[in-house]
Write a protein that binds this ligand. Sequence first.
Ligand SMILES: [Zn+2]
Length: 67
Amino acid sequence: MKVFEKPNLSRDWKCPVCKTSDVKPITLVGIAGTEDDGIIECEQFHIDCMEPVWHKDQNVVGFSLRE
Ligand SMILES: [Zn+2]
């Protein structure tokens, strides 16, 4: 997971979890269903707005979102 020191604030970005555009470290999360020719659309999320959760039976890591 790649971490960026600050979000790209173009296009009036707001973190989908906390709904702010605070300048804090972010990561890019691929949006399911947008895969096209090896490229996937991504959204920026603050690192500290997400808590990784491993769904061991499905072998998937998801993130619970801190409200
Ligand atoms: Zn946030």
